[in-house]
Write a protein that binds this ligand. Structure first.
Ligand code: RRO
Length: 315
């Protein structure tokens, strides 16, 4: 492992052994660019216990027109639109580099239909370098009509089909843009998902004060950062209270105290996302502060804290 961690933070997520519970949120840390910029030193300092790739699609995509980002008080709206090399480009160019990271690799995939998702899972799952697959059924920035992850029935059908294709851990990334995320999480669990992760970004818009037209090139985007933390916590609490599979909690985590709150709300692991853009080592601070937080409250480990905030199983 690239980092020394206290045994007290060791975690297991859907069969993947983690030195500590802090992952990156998909698409919020470009490990390949970081390696190019900082060399092999980044391998030793990688602050995540597993690395989640930027979401890939079957075919290459250019992404959305600029501007793609807008800062809000305590938050960031993105409308990146899934720029990526496509499955073949990922397997040929990116996977060999990501496989050199000193932590398990989770590949995030998104299709616009069940056959597209199947193609992605069939392409990625057989690779030994891949420890798990995150099914992104929640991107707010594509104009494809129905988002699978907004409907329990659609989620059930899709995950059931994909489950047939691999025994590797499948983590379903949930959208916060629904009234009852726990219903979607239950559908994912019922169809064989090994874990769920949440939240993806909340639908958001920014207005250009000069033109009064949308600021973002694609018209709207998704909000992340501390602005969404309380919403994410509530959704993690609701989901963790409704399923038996592990939950990866994220949404505005910037400190050990934030991470601890997500564990108390039921998360088995947490992810740092937007904070990575300001400080690529933010997740390292979260991890070391988490140890301090456990000391402060006299807890011997995460299991002692997990789920303390869950008071009921209602969503
Ligand atoms: O690329 C994006 O615009 C994007 C994705 Br795939 C996602 O899942 N969530 C997000 O906020 N942006």
């Amino acid at each position: 492992m690239g980092v020394e961690t206290a045994p007290v933070l060791r975690t297991e997520l859907a069969g993947i052994e983690l030195a500590h519970p802090v992952l990156n949120g998909s698409g919020t840390f470009d490990a390949i660019a970081a390696r190019r910029a900082f060399g092999d030193a980044i391998l030793a300092r990688l602050p995540f216990s597993a690395f989640v790739s930027k979401t890939i699609t079957p075919e290459p995509r250019a992404g959305n027109p600029p501007p793609r980002l807008f800062e809000t008080p305590a938050g960031l709206i993105n409308s990146i639109g899934l720029p990526n090399k496509g499955l073949d480009g990922f397997l040929a160019d990116d996977l060999p580099v990501l496989a050199q990271l000193p932590v398990p690799l989770i590949v995030s995939v998104m299709g616009e239909s069940a056959p597209e998702f199947s193609r992605l899972v069939s392409g990625v799952a057989p690779r030994d370098e891949v420890a798990g697959i995150e099914l992104n059924i929640s991107c707010p920035n594509v104009e494809s009509g129905l988002i699978v992850g907004e409907e329990p029935e659609e989620t059930l059908r899709l995950v059931r089909e994909l489950r047939e294709l691999t025994a590797k851990p499948l983590i379903v990334k949930l959208t916060p843009n629904v009234a009852h995320p726990a219903a979607i999480a239950r559908a994912a669990e019922e169809s064989g998902a090994d874990a769920v992760s949440l939240i993806n970004t909340l639908k958001a818009t920014a207005v250009d004060p000069a033109t009064l037209r949308p600021w973002l090139g694609a018209g709207r985007g998704g909000l992340s950062g501390p602005a969404v933390r309380a919403i994410a916590l509530e959704q993690v609490r609701a989901v963790a209270g409704a399923v038996h599979i592990p939950v990866v909690g994220m949404g505005g985590i910037e400190s050990g105290a934030d991470a601890l709150a997500f564990v108390a709300a039921g998360a088995t692991a947490v992810a740092v996302g937007t904070a990575n853009f300001r400080d690529p080592l933010a997740a390292g601070h979260v991890r070391s502060e988490l140890t301090e937080e456990l000391d402060r409250i006299g807890a011997s480990g995460l299991a002692e804290i997990r789920g303390r905030t869950i008071e009921s199983t209602s969503s």
